[in-house]
Design a protein around this ligand. Structure first.
Ligand code: C2E
Ligand code: CA
Ligand code: CA
Length: 682
């Protein structure tokens, strides 16, 4: 035998035509755990069949050799008495014949491929296990041979879309072709990025057309697992996860976060997005847009008297009406409560914007039918224009809000455009709010007293206490200006207490001077009722401790307070009356003008608002109105004070109408203590 045979690094052998091993080289002997050729030859030739773990393999090998004269890469598991454990070999062999074709012997090679074989086995088992594991999570698995377009889908992968095993071909376009057209481009981009190695794994969310014609959201994840020498992807494996539930939850959450659930309108956040987009478009097209702040007047009353369900119904109808007044590209949003915001995308023409404003006001002023109830509300609108007033979104909203404040202040049911002066007014309010904190500790407040005159006798045994703020720099600031600020900051609570104490001290003095029935009325803000429910009790105790009885003080309240006829407010009013403190209904006729509450709550005086008194003429509607109020009040056992009496004629007409008291410049202006005492002396 040649030296090649002997030194071949792989096993080599030679057998007789019957299969007896004649020669084995060192590699083969060692492979089987033997030291010498003779030892192994003896072992193998004693029991040849037992070399194969599966004895039939030897038979198979021999049959192949007989048939083909050769075998190549015949892999089998073998064993040897000198080796622990089976091992895997790859055999190749061929028959050697003479010129006549007579079989002389067989020669062959044997390679120990155990390591490689086990690795391969583990790999396939792994892959199987891996695919199985993926499937068990409910995901579908795909296995794509990128260059050939062959793609295998697991059963679950087809099932997700409602297909049976045989209904989807083993081709990549079988499912890819069902991708939603809007999602195709992104899917390709994601895939390409992974192919190029830019992403470690491929992930993409897209919709797939199901068998039943519906779309299903899936998350697909995958990875190229083999590439050719140039890095071209050959095979990619991945999964499909059904994410329809997550997607619909997401869209629900998105809706929740961007839309108002009651009206279905965009909410504040969504409005900001829309406004920013609209402004960007306007900037490009050099156009104007308008932001409208709409606030329903008297909505709170509806809510309080007819209940929240009806309030909600009204809001839905109001939203609908506003929507009908604007274009398809405009945005109507609900900011919360009874506030709506509109973005009018085209505000080129001022007239056109005004026309829309008038339309909205008119539509909202129409009757709202809420079940059996017919309700009237109106609206106030503030308007700011981009880019005329500002180019900042947040600022634009603020300006519209400031304009709204003005529209409301001007008497509601109207609109108001932002002007730079409003900005100043807002600034002033902010400054006053800061200064107002110092007013009480620095003793900048004083009370003035306006006589309330008994008309028939001309006697004065009542006065209204009115607050004055002597601002160190600005001089006298009107209560009409600072009371709303005090209310919104809560300072009104402390201020209100101070007013009461001053008035109580004053009435104690004046009862001694001007008679035991003297009474001072103080104005009490609704905020004081809503935020401080113990003070009624405290007021009567304070009066007692000063030796005064309740009749020395009257509390002036506004109609607005009575509209929130909540139990709490009513109890507070009852507590006051139980202490004999009088209740006076201020500014009568300007508010909601519902007389029903007059029967529910005991009131001592009604004060007819000065706006009715101002235009009193013989045979005027206002006179008729005053007469009616006086009649009604007397019927209910109340007395009437007419405010803002400025002329003798007004006084005469009121007296003739049966009015009990008059208050106004014609008698006297609000006076300081000394001036008041002089007035009383004259
Ligand atoms: P009000 O309670 O309706 O007070 C009457 C207002 O009419 C007073 O204005 C008074 O000066 C004014 N007035 C009286 N007679 C006439 C007249 O003949 N013609 C005209 N044109 N006006 C007349 P004032 O003092 O500026 O107070 C404005 C408002 O500020 C008050 O309206 C009241 O709502 C509020 N206010 C004043 N003091 C207090 C207070 O101590 N507490 C609270 N919560 N509000 C107060
Ligand atoms: Ca008053
Ligand atoms: Ca008044």
């Amino acid at each position: 035998m040649s030296t090649l045979f002997e030194f071949l690094p792989i096993g080599a052998y030679c057998t007789s035509p019957t299969g007896a091993v004649l020669r084995a080289n060192t590699a083969l002997v060692r492979m089987n755990g033997y030291d010498t050729e003779a030892q192994w030859l003896e072992a193998i030739n004693t029991n040849s069949d037992s070399w194969y773990v599966d004895p039939t393999r030897r038979k198979e090998l021999r049959e192949l050799l007989d048939r083909d004269n050769a075998i190549i890469n015949f892999v089998s598991e073998v064993q040897s008495p000198r080796r622990s454990g089976a091992f895997w070999v790859r055999e190749s062999a061929h028959a050697v014949r003479d010129a006549d074709g007579t079989l002389l012997y067989y020669e062959g090679t044997v390679e120990d491929i155990t390591a490689a074989h086990l690795a391969q086995l583990a790999l396939t088992q792994n892959e199987e296990r891996w695919k199985l594991a993926l499937e068990s999570t409910g995901d579908g698995v795909w296995d794509w041979y990128v260059q050939t377009g062959v793609e295998f889908y697991s059963r679950r992968c087809k099932e997700i879309y409602g297909f049976a095993e045989e209904e989807i071909a083993d081709r990549s376009d079988a499912l890819d072709g069902r991708t939603h057209p809007d999602d195709v481009a992104q899917m390709q981009r994601d895939r390409e990025a992974h192919f190029k190695g830019e992403t470690e794994t491929y992930t993409n969310e897209h919709r797939v057309l199901c068998k039943d014609g519906t779309w299903k959201w899936v998350l697909t994840r995958g990875m190229v697992i083999s590439r050719d020498a140039h890095g071209v992807p050959l095979r990619m494996i991945g999964t499909h996860t059904d994410i329809s539930d997550r997607k619909s939850a997401q869209s629900l959450i998105w809706k929740q976060a961007h839309f108002d659930t009651l009206t279905g309108l965009p909410n504040r956040r969504m409005l900001r997005e829309r406004l920013d987009n609209a402004m960007r478009r306007c900037q490009q097209s050099k156009k104007k847009l308008a932001v409208l702040f709409i606030d329903l007047d008297h909505f709170k009353e509806v809510n309080d008297t007819l209940g929240h369900d009806n309030g909600d119904r009204l809001l839905v109808q109001a939203a609908q009406r506003i929507l009908e007044c604007v274009g398809a590209n405009d945005t109507v949003a609900r900011m919360g409560g009874d506030e709506f915001t509109v973005v009018l995308c085209d505000a080129q023409s001022h007239d056109q914007v005004e026309a829309i404003l008038h339309n909205i006001l008119a539509r909202l002023a129409n009757t709202f039918v809420l079940g059996a109830e017919h309700v009237f509300v109106s609206a106030s609108i503030g308007v700011a224009i981009y880019p005329l007033h500002t180019t900042q979104g947040e600022e634009l909203l603020k300006q519209a809000d400031q304009a709204l404040y003005v529209a409301k202040g001007a008497g509601r049911n109207r609109f108001s455009f932002y002007t730079p002066a409003l900005q100043e007014a807002a600034l002033l309010r902010a400054r006053l709010a800061a200064d107002l904190r110092l007013a009480l500790p620095q003793q900048q407040f004083a009370l003035v007293y306006q006589p309330i005159v008994h008309l028939t006798s001309g006697r004065v045994h009542k006065a209204e206490a009115l607050l004055r703020w002597q601002h160190p720099q600005r001089g006298m600031v009107s209560p009409a200006q600072f009371i709303p600020i005090a209310e919104s900051t809560g300072l009104i609570l402390a201020i209100g207490e101070w007013v009461f104490q001053q008035a109580a001290r004053q009435v104690a003095l004046w009862r001694q001077r001007f008679g035991e029935d003297f009474q001072i009325s103080v104005n009490k803000s609704p905020v004081q009722f809503h935020r401080q429910d113990t003070s009624q009790q405290a007021w009567s105790t304070q009066l007692q401790s000063m030796g005064l009885d309740g009749t020395s003080i009257a509390v002036e309240i506004t109609e607005g307070l009575l509209l929130d006829t909540n139990e709490d407010v009513r109890q507070q009013l009852d507590t006051l009356r139980a202490a004999d403190i009088a209740i006076s209904l201020d500014d009568f006729g300007t508010g909601y003008s519902s007389l029903t509450y007059l029967q529910k709550i005991e009131i001592d005086f009604i004060k007819i608002d000065q706006s009715f008194v101002r235009n009193l003429k013989p045979a005027s509607t206002d006179l008729a109105l005053c007469r009616a109020i006086i009649l009604l009040a007397h019927d209910l056992g109340m007395q009437v004070v007419a405010e803002g009496v400025e002329t003798g004629e007004q006084r005469d007409l009121l007296m003739a109408a049966g009015c009990d008291f008059g208050q106004g410049y014609w008698f006297a202006r609000p006076l300081g203590v000394e001036a008041f005492e002089n007035f009383m002396g004259s």
